[in-house]
Design a protein around this ligand. Structure first.
Ligand code: 25A
Ligand code: L14
Length: 341
């Protein structure tokens, strides 16, 4: 790996996308020590200008030579690009932080949420995988509960915003909403059904077991990140007509009995979590409030009606930030700390 420096050269692959743009703003907002920055995308976007630190940077085409002299490469251009180019980046001496699902479940690839399993990074810094957005916000909330009470089972339903499917999906929700209100017929390109004024229990592809790949990512990645393959997880992933932030209803069963106020205190003192739990004043986490923020927001913490070792809560986070760009930049910060230690 590269040596400790004052500033680091960064490449963002997929810089024009919904996540790539947030990677640029997050590097800026978190004051990452950026030296040279390259914004890379497909040939379609050559010459396009993206805002960075008060100026603009010009988008270049991704090629095999894009990583020469680069220290950190942040990928968010889909799995096939990551499969091909992340090894090339590592070969050129980069730490490659990958937001796609391409490398997450590979045995030797660390899958990191800095608040949850920083030690899994180890000293090896080749490809580092950024987990699935729905998984990240859930494990940030589950980690303190698991440490204290030992989780046995999780039943989760997600309410996922359209921005998870990229910029074209955001446009599709806008256009369908306008067309329906104007009494016109709608176009479907990104989603298999009308998404405006509708809910689709279908994210990513269906697997042979009847679950979707998004649901299975939540099962497999949660176990890998929490380092416990015995946790039972029962997921349902649903796309809802919301632009930004994913929400989740989580039912968690633990080995030891829990008390609501103790769990609330535990959550509010845990890294990355903000407790918003004042139902008398109609205060609970909301997608529109979480949008643009880096935190994971938890509320509606309540006991199961009968059992003392089961709780329900509601967790919301910006899928493009903590679910993708912010977590990726935090991983880069963690890798830097290891380097400087
Ligand atoms: O294959 P997968 O894994 O299923 O992933 C599919 C898609 O999901 C998104 C991402 O879409 C990805 O392509 N995605 C992946 N992980 C995600 C996550 N965790 C995620 N979304 C949310 N959370 P996307 O549209 O957001 O970004 C696609 C980016 O990849 C670049 N790209 C595609 N093919 C490439 C490539 N880069 C290099 N080589 C290739 N062969 C793609 O670049 C984009 O940056 P582009 O040049 O094709 O740009 C697309 C054009 O889209 C417009 N646009 C995008 N965002 C905005 C926008 N316009 C205005 N505002 C925006 N915010 C631009 O016109 C841009 O030029
Ligand atoms: O595995 O909400 O990171 O469509 C990113 C986008 C999962 C689906 C991933 C979405 C995908 C997600």
């Amino acid at each position: 790996m590269f040596k400790k420096k004052h500033k680091y050269n960064i490449a963002v692959v997929g810089a024009t996308g919904a996540v790539g743009r947030r990677m640029l703003t997050t590097l800026e907002e978190r004051n990452f020590p950026v030296g040279q920055l390259s914004a890379l995308a497909s040939a379609r976007s050559i010459g396009k200008k993206l805002p960075f630190k008060g100026g603009t940077i010009e988008v270049k085409q991704l090629t095999e030579n894009s990583f020469v002299g680069v220290d950190f490469a942040l990928f968010s251009a889909g799995s096939s690009i990551s499969k091909k180019y992340a090894p090339i980046a590592v070969e050129s001496g980069c730490v490659a932080i990958d937001n796609s699902s391409a490398w997450r479940m590979e045995k030797d690839i660390p899958l990191i949420v800095p608040e949850v399993n920083p030690s899994a990074l180890g000293s090896k810094c080749g490809i580092i995988a950024n987990p699935n957005c729905s998984t990240i916000q859930m494990v940030v909330a589950l980690k303190p509960i698991h440490d204290q009470y030992r989780i046995r089972r999780v039943i989760v339903s997600t309410y996922q915003s359209v921005s998870g499917s990229g910029q074209k999906a955001i446009e599709e929700l806008k256009q369908q909403s306008r067309d329906i209100l104007d009494g016109k017929s709608i176009q479907k390109n990104v989603f298999p059904h009308q998404i405006a004024f509708n809910c689709l229990p279908h994210i990513d592809i269906f697997m042979e077991n009847g679950y979707t790949k998004e649901e299975m990512k939540m099962v497999d990645e949660t176990r890998k990140i929490l380092g416990d393959s015995t946790i039972e997880i029962s997921p349902t992933a649903v796309r809802v007509p919301v632009f930004y932030s994913h929400s989740e209803s989580v039912n968690v069963e633990t080995e030891l009995p829990m008390e609501v106020d103790k769990v609330q205190n535990l959550l509010s003192s845990s890294p990355g979590i903000f407790l918003v739990d004042n139902p008398e004043e109609s205060e609970y986490p909301l997608a529109v409030d979480a949008c643009g923020k880096e935190g994971v927001f938890v509320g509606r913490v309540r006991r199961d009606l009968v059992r003392t070792n089961v709780l329900n809560f509601w967790v919301v986070s910006d899928n493009l930030l903590k679910g993708a760009a912010s977590n990726a930049v935090q991983i880069a910060e963690l890798a830097l700390k290891r380097l400087e230690a």
